[in-house]
Ligand binder design. Structure first.
Ligand SMILES: NC(=O)c1ccc[n+]([C@@H]2O[C@H](COP(=O)([O-])OP(=O)(O)OC[C@H]3O[C@@H](n4cnc5c(N)ncnc54)[C@H](O)[C@@H]3O)[C@@H](O)[C@H]2O)c1
Length: 360
């Protein structure tokens, strides 16, 4: 595919207060619409869903916004600057592609697309047309996640030995995508954001316990270039809700529990292995110091995410949840799928590997 830049792309005028349309008003779309409605930096201009009941419900709440069952109405409306897609994953590529070609900036809910070929093409098209393309990795705007990113970046935790993540609860089983495509983008985007690197290799195990051929539990292992290792446990089948991450560094350790009133706890604990003074001596030194639970802002991540999108549209800045990060996340899910197809084999995360592309 060749994507030539629009002749007028260099002269694109950036709206000061972008007018946004939300497309897809099922579970997540109405939450996005509510946050946009409360923004100062952007305006909820339109809402759209192909299902009449979903549209009517949201339209009633925002009488000033245009309500339509037709995506074409949105794409043909020159007063709309940007679209926010909250539709099923299988629709992301076609809708985002059409919106970019209609000259709209595009926010796509996670994951950016259903394959890295698709996400790569969308990035290419957005760049050629000087339009914003942003994936919806909401956790990158969550105050605990930002706090831990700063802790890691400052070196306070020391070298990160490993990260262990659990995201499990009872439901909601999806009928169109596996648990890795549904929940994986959250933990994969957080890991990519915290560590600033994509894993070199991934191996995964999963099982379709309830719906045939639709894996509802996955155990995913990753090895990063820095030697950090990570384990991600994802499931729609668990007796209680867990959103728990442990980060073990050479100097300190952190427990991040998104369901707790103290979501971040920093442990000044560790083990060192002093150089043995004489041959054969084996003595470890254990340290269990203070546990600190810093105050964490209660601001709503989705609102900060929408503000970042508006900022990107009006100033051309790169959002924290960038298209490049979203593309890496898609590559990580694809590698997970490939490992599953190879009975849990360790798979190199390599976008040039044609077999990765073939799995979608
Ligand atoms: N960031 C988060 O934390 C978060 C949370 C939940 C869901 N999501 C993402 O949001 C997206 C939507 O998920 P959901 O759970 O709301 O799904 P959903 O099935 O509840 O809603 C999707 C809606 O899109 C509508 N739709 C489908 N095709 C359409 C089209 N071509 N044009 C217009 N409308 C169309 C459907 O009628 C439906 O109302 C997914 O990408 C999902 O991964 C993100």
């Amino acid at each position: 595919m060749t994507v030539g830049p629009r002749p007028d792309a260099a002269w694109r005028t950036r709206p000061e207060r972008p007018r946004l349309a939300v497309i897809g008003l099922g579970y997540w779309g109405p939450k996005i619409a509510r946050n946009i409605q409360e923004l100062e930096c952007g305006e909820l201009a339109a809402v759209c869903d192909t299902r009449e009941a979903s549209l009517a419900d949201v339209a009633r709440r925002y009488p000033a916004a245009r309500a339509t069952l037709s995506v074409e109405d949105i794409l043909d409306d020159p007063t709309i600057d940007a679209v926010v897609l909250a539709t099923p994953i299988g629709t992301h590529y076609a809708l985002a592609d059409a919106a970019l070609r209609a000259d709209k900036h595009v926010f796509v809910e996670k994951p950016l697309a259903a394959s890295s070929v698709e996400s790569g093409r969308l990035m290419e098209l957005a760049a050629a047309r000087d339009l914003v393309l942003m994936p919806g990795h909401t956790f990158l705007y969550s105050p605990p996640v930002l706090m831990i990113r700063d802790l890691i970046a400052s070196g306070e935790l020391g070298d990160i030995y490993f990260v262990s993540m659990s995201r499990v609860n009872l439901g909601l089983h999806q009928s169109d995508v596996s648990v890795a495509w549904d929940l994986g983008p959250h933990d994969f985007s957080i890991l990519r954001f915290w560590l600033g690197e994509t894993p070199e290799s991934i191996s995964a195990l999963s099982r379709a316990c309830v719906i045939p051929d639709m894996p509802d539990v996955a155990f995913i292992n990753m090895e990063f270039p820095s030697q950090t290792i990570a384990h991600v446990e994802l499931s729609w089948l668990a007796p209680s809700k867990l959103r728990r991450t442990t980060i073990v560094g050479a100097s300190k350790m952190v427990v991040y529990d998104d369901t707790s009133t103290e979501p971040v706890r920093i442990f000044d604990s560790g083990v060192s292995f002093p150089n043995p003074e004489s041959f054969g001596e084996f003595r470890l030194s254990y340290r269990t110091g203070d546990i600190v639970s810093p105050p964490v802002s209660a601001s709503e991540p989705l609102r900060a995410e929408m503000e970042d999108f508006c900022r990107a549209v009006s100033t051309g800045s790169t959002p924290v949840s960038s298209a490049a990060l979203g593309h890496e996340v898609v590559r990580m899910i694809e590698s997970t799928d490939l490992s599953l197809a190879r009975q849990g084999a360790r798979v190199e995360v390599d976008s040039d590997d044609p077999s990765l592309v073939a799995t979608n």
